[in-house]
Design a protein around this ligand. Structure first.
Ligand SMILES: [Zn+2]
Length: 226
């Protein structure tokens, strides 16, 4: 009798150990409606509300992006909050590395993960197209699908004649928004699809809008209202 109960305890111990052994001991796992988020927080001094907002943003935004852009995306993301990291945030595979230093200085910038998880959804093959399209789409998506960009002090900059579509990030995002609103709705979804399919070329813009990229930018510069 005694022997059996020890065996059960040992078995239980190993099943628990092995089921979580892929990740560090202090990984927290969250599951909502089939979507998984694993959280590795290496900065225990970070305000809990900041973390809760990052988690909620994932569960609010990621399923919508998967549904709208790429249904083949795995329903699992890892957040790693890193006090050593000198950047703001970056993605590698399904892992989003976030600077805790940045979060402490910008506690309401939870929509930074909207940009980052879009990179997971994008999953463009190498050589898919220029980097500024990748970053422009991620910021366009942050603008359109973000939970509360204004709260995080994040906005699209006004047009300037010093800008170019190839600046990437918010400058490109604003141009993409203009194309959606003023030229042809659905273009950015098509652009994302072309990038992921590896068929993007300069000809994309003529096919999609009847204009070259340079012509579009010139027209945008004449009346950049979005
Ligand atoms: Zn990015």
């Amino acid at each position: 009798m005694r022997k059996i109960s020890i065996k059960v305890i040992v078995l239980l111990f190993f099943s628990i150990t092995f089921s979580t052994s892929v990740y560090a001991e202090d990984t927290l796992n969250y599951v909502r409606k089939g979507y998984i988020l694993r959280l590795i927080n290496n900065d225990k001094s970070l305000d809990e509300e900041v973390i809760i907002n990052l988690i909620d943003t994932y569960f609010t935004v990621f399923p919508v992006l998967v549904r709208n852009f790429n249904e083949n995306t795995a329903r699992e993301v890892v957040y790693c909050i890193d006090p050593e990291y000198q950047g703001v945030a970056e993605v590698s595979g399904k892992k989003v590395r976030i600077s805790s230093r940045w979060l402490k200085a910008n506690p309401d910038d939870f929509d930074l993960v909207t940009h980052e998880v879009m990179h997971i959804v994008q999953a463009y093959p190498s050589g898919a197209g220029p980097w500024w399209i990748t970053e422009g789409i991620a910021d366009y998506v942050r603008y359109v699908y973000g939970v509360d960009n204004a709260k995080g002090g994040w906005y699209l900059p006004n047009y300037s004649d010093k800008h170019n579509y190839s600046d990437g990030y918010r400058v490109t995002a604003r141009f993409f928004l203009w194309i959606e609103n003023k030229i042809k709705p659905g273009s950015i979804k098509q652009l994302d699809y072309a990038m992921r399919s590896g068929v993007y070329s300069d000809g994309f813009w003529i096919k999609q809008t009847g204009m070259t990229l340079d012509d579009l930018w010139e027209l945008y510069g004449k009346n950049p209202v979005i």
